[in-house]
Design a protein around this ligand. Structure first.
Ligand SMILES: Nc1nc2c(ncn2[C@@H]2O[C@H](COP(=O)(O)OP(=O)(O)OP(=O)(O)O)[C@@H](O)[C@H]2O)c(=O)[nH]1
Ligand SMILES: C=C(OP(=O)(O)O)C(=O)O
Length: 215
């Protein structure tokens, strides 16, 4: 099955506030963009992905991610994350009504195309399925096969909500790069040890992170 992946990205100036103890205000927008670039590039390189739609109103991010090959969908003003995802999924389904759609967080800088394909292939067996994040509290991916509604409920403690809403929780070994979202300094260290993409490698080169070479 071939998927359209919908990636939500809020304005870079407001992004990644929980990284404030690791990255200064002036650096965080660039870091958030680098995470999104590595996420989108890996998704576009995935054999199970037909195309990627990024829901964002940020002009800098929109230009950079369009240059990688993503389609940019304007955000729902003031709607928040789940409204942005529902809006993005509706825009995708307007073009391809019987398409398979998956929402994927924009903060997966270690994402590997082969691991994403493993997750999407598993999700193809169910009307609606999700992958919990590495912390086992949140969600990094929510998928709906043709005919199914995404019904996103991302945000704090989203694993429990997605489970309660009837989405099947995917229990897969060997997909750490799809589960390692980056919200905190510890998350960033974990992603760096998995191996991040080139944009995040460049963006973190100037950060002195304890536990990393040079940090
Ligand atoms: N398009 C869109 N994306 C959003 C919105 N809010 C959050 N996101 C995206 O949803 C994902 C998870 O968002 P959050 O954890 O709330 O925000 P974050 O910037 O990753 O991190 P914090 O600022 O530390 O909460 C990220 O990819 C965000 O960029 C929104 O209102 N619109
Ligand atoms: C939005 C989510 O991720 P986070 O807040 O960890 O970025 C989530 O887990 O639903």
């Amino acid at each position: 099955m071939q998927w359209t992946v919908v990636v939500p990205l809020k304005a870079l100036a407001r992004a990644k506030s929980r990284l404030s103890d690791t990255a200064a205000d002036a650096v965080r927008p660039g870091l958030a963009l680098a995470f999104a670039q590595d996420t989108v590039a890996a998704a576009l390189a995935c054999a199970a992905v037909r195309d990627v739609a990024v829901v964002t109103d940020d002009p800098v991010a929109g230009r950079a991610l369009a240059a990688l090959g993503a389609r940019i969908v304007p955000d729902e003003p003031a709607g928040g994350l789940n409204a942005a995802l529902a809006h993005g999924a509706a825009a995708v389904r307007a073009l391809r009504p019987r398409g398979a759609v998956a929402a994927l967080n924009a903060d997966l800088p270690a994402l590997r195309p082969v691991e994403l394909a493993r997750v999407l292939d598993a999700a193809a067996e169910f009307p609606r399925a999700f992958l919990p994040d590495a912390a086992e509290i949140g969600t990094t991916l929510l998928a709906a096969t043709p005919g199914g509604e995404l019904r996103p409920s991302f945000g704090p403690d989203s694993r429990a909500r997605h489970r309660a809403s009837g989405a099947v929780e995917l229990d897969l070994a060997e997909v750490p790069s799809v589960r390692q979202d980056v919200d905190t300094g510890d998350d960033l260290r974990a992603a760096l040890s998995l191996g991040v993409g080139p944009h995040t490698t460049a963006a973190t080169a100037r950060l002195l992170i304890p536990g990393q070479p040079g940090g």
